[in-house]
Design a protein around this ligand. Structure first.
Ligand code: NAD
Length: 263
């Protein structure tokens, strides 16, 4: 970890009263949910255009469920890690005004963050794609987990055991698939937050996915600064005012300690 860069960031934070965080899959890796793009990640095994596409889900949900059962198992076991807790601490101290996340795992809320904008939806609930009736994912997951995965997928390919609403429509987790409409109000709220902060703390995201990847520009154009904490360089390092390379679960608790006296 680059302690000089970390101390610079801590000093900048201590002169700030309005921070917003933008997080991605990397912040939850230490909670046992691997990111999708890194080696061995889900998307190196499942082609997202087949397994995570809304139009494909509508044609045949079995492909989506084949991949998503793995995601549900990971999220079911995951608990917040020190990085999630450090952000909750910054919120409690009044410095952090909100978290904008691309994650669907709900771990920011579990850690105690109360203002969380989930750009890609949430795995906590499912909805019927026909009538909109909502179901807790844990109910759907409990039924699915009672099968061996390969037996379940064999049944689903034949049209059996696909989670179905009382109205006959298919039930889908409230996560945003490729080709699906973004949650408009959440995106607007995230843009407002990004444009009104003094510092955008970007954590554990490759910044490859829109609209998240545009938010650092929103902050920059509004006169705010950008800090990026990531295991590897990102495509927006060139516009960052602070860059700390390393693991979020190690860097964030250290950062909170360094700014601790000011919150
Ligand atoms: P990404 O996979 O594109 O990028 C993750 C980044 O985090 C990478 O640059 C990686 O180097 C970095 N990283 C990994 N471990 C880290 C650690 N311990 N500390 C700091 N950085 C670390 O993820 P993304 O940009 O969020 O986009 C992926 C998409 O997949 C999003 O749409 C998201 O919804 C979805 N996703 C969500 C979850 C989740 O909810 N936990 C998990 C995987 C993927």
């Amino acid at each position: 970890m680059d302690t000089a860069a970390l101390q610079d960031l801590a000093t900048a934070i201590s002169k700030t009263s309005r921070i917003v965080s933008l997080t991605g899959a990397g912040i939850s890796v230490a909670s046992g949910i691997p990111d999708f793009r890194s080696e061995g990640g889900l998307w190196t095994r499942y082609d997202p255009s087949l397994y995570a596409s809304y139009s494909r889900f509508v044609e045949d949900p079995s492909y989506f469920w084949e991949m998503h059962i793995e995601v549900m198992h990971l999220i079911d076991k995951a608990r917040p890690n020190p990085a999630h807790r450090a952000l909750a601490h910054l919120e409690e101290g009044g410095l952090l005004k909100g978290v904008i996340t691309q994650n669907i795992d709900g771990l920011h809320q579990d850690a105690g963050c109360s203002t969380v904008y989930e750009l890609h939806g949430t795995n906590r609930t499912c909805s019927c794609i026909a009538c909109g009736r909502q179901y807790p994912t844990r109910e759907i997951a409990a039924h699915m987990f009672s099968f061996q995965k390969k037996d379940l997928i064999r049944k689903m390919r034949k049209g059996d055991e696909i989670p179905t609403c009382e109205c006959g429509g298919w039930i889908k987790p409230d996560v945003i698939l490729f080709g699906e409409k973004m949650p408009y109000e959440t995106v607007i709220a995230a843009e407002e937050l990004a444009s009104s902060c003094e510092l955008l703390l970007v954590i554990g995201t490759s910044l490859n996915v829109q609209p998240a990847a545009s938010l650092p520009f929103t902050t920059k154009h509004s006169g705010g600064s950008i800090a990026i904490i990531n295991r590897e360089p990102t495509i927006l390092d060139r516009i960052a005012d602070h860059m700390v390379l390393g693991m979020a679960e190690e860097i964030l608790p250290d950062l909170v300690k360094r700014v601790g006296s000011t919150i």
